[in-house]
Write a protein that binds this ligand. Structure first.
Ligand code: 9MR
Length: 595
């Protein structure tokens, strides 16, 4: 199936098309004239026909393309798209396209867990592995565990921060998710991923019984079954507990702040199971951004956990409030880009106005307290545009804050204006999407590190815009954008493992490292790759060797090679974006009433 020979000029959504959504393909052709096309059903009967729309050379791909608008095919089933001069190409119209994608996207997270055995009974022998990072640092085991992690020594931090920072305590920070293909654990990026997982559940509560049932206790592959708690909440808790463990203890000058990250001292090579990691690990300096990530997600978690575990909800809210106060006391402790060269990524961010806004919004939504409302009203982020057409990201959380403020039931006085901002942002993104012959909701300069997640985050905005307005064109833009991710793109690849007919499978990972060690598995079904990255200054040696002079069309700046960490990594905030996007597409719902 995966190696099936197809006409490489015809680019389609390989996973399938929705019966009631846009149905378009892109064909690579130099012809200045329109090409005739036909769709045949399973019996060979012609059920639709027309001509292509020539679009000339498209700048992100460098390819001359035509668009084929072959819909509407309302009957599910296999079809064949026949375009003049091309071999017949299979297409499929299917019901229930997105729910499996949602579930697989969420199942990724148990497999990314640190500090717990990944059980064969749950995931099968291929993906089972020993718990990672659970022995004590300096102990006899090779694995420098996270049970007692020291702060980075001051001799090293001066070069990073321009000031000597360290502390004498050690923290038990076992647990949480590995961020990506490395063994690092990052509060900032964990925060957006938790927010998107919690958001999937919070939205399901509005979307109705089918959405709730799809995500309930027993829905995912994880150990916490039979407790009556929706699995997606249990998965988010795994990271929330880690984030709460990253808090600086009482007595220290930065007490209450949250360490930015914990990761190896020095990079390890591939492959390497978490249990085999031989490097020492350090707590890196606390940051305002990490502290606000805890404040926001703990506050959101508190309101969602309340029906299931009141004491835990109480603990979360207390942690959220404490983090908020700590961030106010240390409002400008930034994680520098310099702290991203030695065994872990930087997740640098020197503008935390959006994280403050996000935390205030979540605390307001959970408590209804006037002080948080006041902070939101007077924040510069409140009136600013939080919906760039290139997508929001882990360092720009105003979008998620406004989506929540607009969609979660609350008494915020200007809630309708916030909803208008979300809808306007979604319409701007949809306008970009409609210009694109690949159907992708990204602007031409949008092919940056993790571009697929930028697209998926844009789909979340389109979804929120639809949820608030019922504007069908926003739903259509979201549906068509998935075409790009699932094969209708310059490389003709599906960027989600296991989905479509030509899917990527060698994402950068130390343990889903089949390409480096055939005894290890590929990334699991439902893993989304970072995707084309046209920022040549961030390229890794693999992609650089392919294009030594840096000349390559943005969409082509990708390679399915395990060492291409700048184009082909897997990361929690990318799979959480896939979950958020597919949750919307699986369960669109009637407009939210906002007064
Ligand atoms: O996703 C991150 C991207 O937005 C940044 O541009 C990039 C460089 O700082 O880092 C990405 O995150 C990586 C992190 O730094 C280390 N773990 C893997 C992450 C995904 O590649």
């Amino acid at each position: 199936m995966n190696d099936e020979v197809q006409d490489s000029r015809v680019r389609v959504n390989q996973h399938g098309y929705c019966a009631d959504g846009p149905q378009r393909a892109t064909v690579v052709s130099e012809s200045a004239d329109a090409l005739a096309w036909q769709v045949r059903d399973g019996d060979g009967a012609v059920v639709a026909s027309g001509v292509t729309s020539p679009r000339g050379v498209e700048e992100t791909s460098g390819l001359a393309v035509h668009v084929v608008d072959f819909g509407p095919l309302r009957e599910p089933g296999p079809y064949t798209l026949v375009i003049a001069g091309c071999r017949p190409h299979p297409i499929e119209v299917r019901d229930g396209l997105y729910e499996p994608l949602l579930i697989d996207a969420l199942n990724y997270f148990y497999l990314a867990r640190s500090g717990i055995e990944i059980s064969a009974d749950i995931v099968g022998a291929e993906y089972a592995r020993a718990a990672g990072h659970v022995s004590v640092a300096g102990g006899a085991d090779v694995n420098q565990g996270d049970l007692g992690v020291a702060c980075q020594p001051a001799d090293e931090t001066e070069a990073l921060y321009g000031t000597r920072w360290s502390a004498d305590y050690r923290l038990d920070v076992a647990g949480g998710w590995y961020d990506a293909g490395d063994h690092g654990k990052y509060v900032v990026n964990g925060g957006i991923a938790v927010a998107q997982l919690l958001g999937v559940w919070e939205r399901a509560l509005r979307a109705g019984d089918a959405a709730v049932a799809a995500l309930g206790d027993g829905a995912l592959r994880l150990p916490e079954h039979g407790d009556g708690v929706p699995d997606v909440l249990n998965e988010a808790r795994w990271e929330l507990d880690f984030m709460m463990a990253m808090v600086v203890p009482e007595g220290d000058a930065l007490a209450g702040m949250v360490h930015h990250k914990v990761h190896d001292h020095g990079w390890t090579g591939l492959p390497m199971l978490p249990i085999d990691d031989p490097r020492p690990r350090y707590l890196h300096r606390p940051s305002t951004a990490a502290t606000l990530n805890l404040a926001a997600t703990a506050a959101q978690g508190a309101r969602l956990w309340r029906p299931y575990d009141e004491p835990y909800a109480h603990r979360l809210l207390a942690a959220g409030r404490a983090a908020w106060l700590a961030a106010l006391a240390h409002p400008d402790l930034y994680a520098p880009v310099a702290d991203g060269a030695n065994g872990g990524g930087p997740y640098d961010d020197d503008d935390v106005s959006d994280e403050f806004y996000w935390a205030a919004v979540e605390l307001f939504l959970t408590t209804g307290e006037g002080a948080f409302e006041e902070f939101v009203q007077t924040s510069p982020v409140h009136e600013a545009d939080s919906f760039p057409v290139g997508g929001f990201r882990w360092d720009a959380m105003g979008a998620i804050a406004k989506i929540d403020l607009a969609t979660v039931a609350n008494d915020f006085p200007n809630r309708a204006l916030v909803a208008e901002q979300v809808v306007a942002g979604a319409r701007r993104i949809a306008a970009v999407q409609q210009e694109q012959p690949w159907g992708v909701a990204l602007p031409p300069d949008g092919f940056i590190w993790g571009s697929n997640s930028q697209l998926l985050d844009n789909i979340q905005v389109l979804g929120a815009g639809y949820d608030l307005s019922g504007d069908e064109s926003l739903l259509a833009a979201a549906q068509e954008s998935l075409d790009y991710l699932l094969g209708r793109n310059a490389l003709g690849l599906s960027y989600v493992t296991g989905y479509g007919s030509r899917w990527v499978r060698n994402q950068h990972s130390r343990w889903f490292a089949h390409q480096a060690d055939p005894a290890l598995p590929h990334p699991p079904r439902g893993s989304v790759a970072g995707g084309p990255n046209a920022l040549t200054d961030t390229w890794d040696p693999i992609i650089r060797d392919l294009y030594p002079d840096g000349e390559c069309a943005p969409q082509a700046a990708y390679v399915d090679h395990i060492e291409s960490w700048s184009t082909n990594e897997i990361t929690v905030n990318w799979n959480s974006a896939l979950a958020a996007a597919s949750a919307f597409l699986a369960f669109p719902h009637a407009p939210v009433a906002v007064s």
